[in-house]
Write a protein that binds this ligand. Structure first.
Ligand SMILES: C[S@@+](CC[C@H](N)C(=O)[O-])C[C@H]1O[C@@H](n2cnc3c(N)ncnc32)[C@H](O)[C@@H]1O
Length: 317
């Protein structure tokens, strides 16, 4: 096999350090070579690359789009390139490549990891989340994962107001297996009167929920405390409870405000409230409720907007 590495920066150095003997590298490719040798091997310009059936180029640079364009312009077939920084820009660049099978198996497995936005999973060996948990809204769930790692020593239970079919509650329960998890929902959809007041017509879509279904999804069901019914009356009796993490996801203004009023004063220092849909143009009531809460309490909350699919606002206490 004739192995070429495209790039002479730290990406190439990392590949060599971790996986490859430079003696096995035919040459490095660089469009603006700083020297004619790198790690003892020749450096050539991409236009000097000579294709052959056993030639393969490992791209060791994060400038994947630029390199792909350059390779295309030079007539280098996509299957000749394997991107070590694949999905850097969220696009899957690696084409099926018979020559790639000649790479060391462990390297090939590392290169063919599924798409992700951050470089490595936060927990070694996969962690408690499944690939399926990440399918719907990667940034939201990965942020939850990162936040849960910050909760050591922060007292209190976890809670979700607006559980629906339990997809996000499942993640909270998986990530915080030791914490009590309060789950508040009607489990039969929105309050019809509130939905009418706020001009929402989509309520039927949320009527197909059931507490029993959520229970079967949870990896630690013994930690769940279900509070079915219309919030805030379902919080009665919990006035002295404290929380380390709250997910608030009820879409509508009045219920969101009720959730903020109840939970914010009960979140322990160091804890978080994740306000889903806060930046969504489709659900303006959520943002209005947050503004009203800040006005009522005359406080400016510590907020971090997320670029997840529906614009979660992370509030840290
Ligand atoms: C968008 S869904 C929640 C989705 C869920 N958090 C997830 O990520 O999978 C909104 C839920 O809020 C519930 N809900 C809205 N207002 C409520 C209220 N005042 N009391 C209880 N549940 C409410 C609805 O029944 C619906 O199931």
């Amino acid at each position: 096999m004739k192995l070429y590495i495209w790039g002479t920066g730290c990406g190439a150095g990392d590949l060599i350090d971790r996986w490859l003997d430079p003696a096995n590298v035919t040459a490095f490719l660089d469009s603006v070579p700083a020297a004619d040798r790198f790690l003892g091997r020749p450096v050539i310009r991409p236009e000097q690359f000579e294709d052959s059936p056993d030639a393969l180029i490992l791209v060791a640079s994060s400038h994947t789009e630029e390199i792909a364009r350059c390779a295309e312009a030079l007539g280098i077939a996509p299957e000749k390139l394997v991107y070590s920084k694949n999905n850097w820009l969220l696009s899957d660049r690696n084409a099926p490549s018979p020559a790639a099978d000649m790479l060391p198996a462990a390297l090939l497995q590392a290169l063919r990891r599924p798409p992700r936005v951050v470089r490595d999973p936060l927990w070694a060996n996969g962690g408690p989340l499944s690939e399926r948990d990440l399918e719907n809204d990667y940034v939201r769930v990965r942020t939850l994962e990162a936040i849960c790692r910050e909760l050591d020593g922060v007292p209190g239970a976890a809670a979700e107001l607006g559980v629906y079919r339990g997809g996000f509650a499942r993640c909270i329960n998986a990530l915080l297996p030791e914490r009590k998890l309060y789950l508040f929902d009607t489990f039969s959809g929105f309050d019809a009167a509130e939905a009418v007041r706020e001009g929402r017509g989509f309520t039927a879509a949320h009527e197909n929920a059931s507490l029993e279904r959520v229970l079967t999804l949870l990896p630690h069901p013994g930690k769940a405390v279900f509070r079915p019914g219309l919030f805030p009356s379902t919080a009665e009796g919990l006035e002295d409870e404290r929380f380390c993490l709250v997910s608030l996801d009820v879409d509508l203004e009045e219920s969101t405000l009720a959730g903020l009023r109840f939970f914010l004063p009960r979140i322990s220092p160091g804890g978080y409230l994740l306000l889903h849909d806060c930046l969504s143009p489709l659900l303006p009531g959520v943002r209005k409720a947050l503004r009203r809460c800040e006005e009522e309490t005359q406080t400016r909350l510590r907020k971090l907007p997320l670029c997840d699919i529906n614009g979660t606002m992370v509030i840290s206490v």
